[in-house]
Write a protein of this length. Structure first.
Lengths: 77, 136
């Protein structure tokens, strides 16, 4: 999947990936896609919850080994 | 996106676990676009002092350094840094005015950005909140 920005949160546990994700998305323009990589097992549920709560689109999600790759398209301003 | 949810948290203990819990919930909620209000009362008030360094409770007190080190290893910084982050994220941090008087804490001892409240003002905020947590 195409990405405009990338954020590596490997090794970080809750709530840091979400706090960093929110901060990063704030700096991005609407329509741009962020690739977030996290290996906190909780992120599998946390990131989709953040997206639906904040009105952003989780365009794709996949798992490679212990790492989760999320592709989030910024929808909300 | 739905209208921003309002979260209120009351913290009545000043130990490391309670302190971290309040800000992990608070900072996550703020990162999710929620409006967050944290009211510190009784022993929770000490957390709002400048340079607060809460210890683990009871006999675990001796292991505070180990807990901190393990949290830092997974990117979760110490309480002081979490508190700074909370204030930056726009989390409202309140000190109970009665507790300040009971514990002889002066306003200038507290972090910048902390607001002083009484019970009525806090209840006014809590009355139309969506989620309420008591950590104590």
């Amino acid at each position: 999947m195409n990405k405009d920005e990338s954020l590596d949160c490997k090794g970080l546990m809750c709530p840091m990936p979400i706090v960093k994700l929110a901060k990063k998305m704030k700096e991005m323009q609407v329509g741009k896609v962020l690739e977030l990589v996290a290996d906190d097992p909780g992120s599998k549920e946390d990131v989709p919850a953040w997206c639906s709560r904040t009105g952003n689109e989780l365009a794709e999600m996949r798992q490679e080994g212990k790492a989760f790759y999320f592709y989030i398209r910024k929808k909300a301003a | 996106m739905a209208e921003a949810k309002k979260v209120v948290i009351v913290v009545s203990e000043g130990t490391f676990d309670k302190a971290m819990m309040s800000l992990m919930i608070g900072n996550t909620a703020a990162s999710m676009g929620m409006e967050v209000h944290i009211f510190h009362t009784f022993f929770g008030l000490s957390l709002l002092k400048k340079g607060a360094n809460p210890k683990a409770p009871g006999m675990y007190r001796l292991f505070t350094g180990m807990f901190k080190k393990r949290m830092l290893a997974v990117g979760v910084e110490a309480y002081e840094a979490q508190k700074k982050m909370a204030l930056e994220l726009g989390v409202n941090m309140y000190a109970c005015s009665t507790t300040m008087s009971i514990m002889h804490v002066k306003e200038e001892e507290l972090d910048k950005g902390v607001k002083l409240l009484g019970a009525a003002a806090f209840l006014d905020i809590a009355a139309d909140s969506d989620m309420q947590y008591f950590i104590g």
